[in-house]
Design a protein around this ligand. Sequence first.
Ligand code: NAP
Length: 253
Amino acid sequence: MHSINYGLEDKVFVVTGGSRGIGFEIARCLLEQKARVVICGRKQDGLDQAAEKLAAGKNLLPLAAHIAKSEAVDILFDQTLQRFGQLDGLINNVGMNIISAVVDADPGMWCKIIDSNLNGTFLCSRKAGQILREQQKGKIVNISSIAAQRSAPAMGIYGVAKAGIEMLTKVMAQELAPFNVQVNAVAPCMVRTTFSEPFWSDKTLHAAIVNTIPLGRIAEPIDIAHPTLFLCSTGSDFMTGQTLNVDGGASAI
Ligand SMILES: NC(=O)c1ccc[n+]([C@@H]2O[C@H](COP(=O)([O-])OP(=O)(O)OC[C@H]3O[C@@H](n4cnc5c(N)ncnc54)[C@H](OP(=O)(O)O)[C@@H]3O)[C@@H](O)[C@H]2O)c1
């Protein structure tokens, strides 16, 4: 990452779900680029551990917030502005799944998955979008999944939520284009994190998944961080409403 300069020095980004996994890696890379970063998660101990590992001093603000709760999201962005005085971008990274077939899911399960993935992304994008529109400049990057584009067993509700996020990306890209705010998404294949551990830790399942990926391996969080930072940089200023599939070629075959 040192060899690539994304030109993000002093910029301010909110990374939702930055306490572990892909969000943590995005936050780490942004800090390495000398940006200032706010990370959120629901659990304070996860945020404390992340802050200790990131060791970024005053450039990092870890805040506990449940992104599907509108008051918590308002506080998250108010505190970001209070601490850093500006916002340059939002990375909507929170996502969760409960393994079930749609046909067997109870309504509570459906609502929980849609809430954390789609409603949370809406609440954060709405709040950030208002700030960035006012500033006439900014970036929103949504972390989707290739499960948005192709039905995957046990990930049906999640796939529906992520498909909603990809449409939200297009809608908000159009709404915010006149204000010089770009909205794009990154859709990974399987990435080695806690979220996907039940899949990649099983040797047979892991081999079957790798078999669908032309580049011959699952992704590491850094593979997702690089395209995300590109979408936060001026290098992507003429891109909006797009979903970049970062999947080792899986969706190409
Ligand atoms: N890993 C994969 O294979 C894969 C593949 C494609 C796409 N993705 C997407 O990539 C993103 C990151 O996934 P990951 O694998 O890094 O997940 P992860 O390891 O489970 O991390 C999720 C992060 O989100 C936070 N979080 C969860 N629900 C939250 C909520 N309601 N409000 C605030 N924070 C919340 C968690 O902290 P707390 O638990 O403390 O809240 C944690 O920091 C997700 O959108 C996921 O759908 C992942």
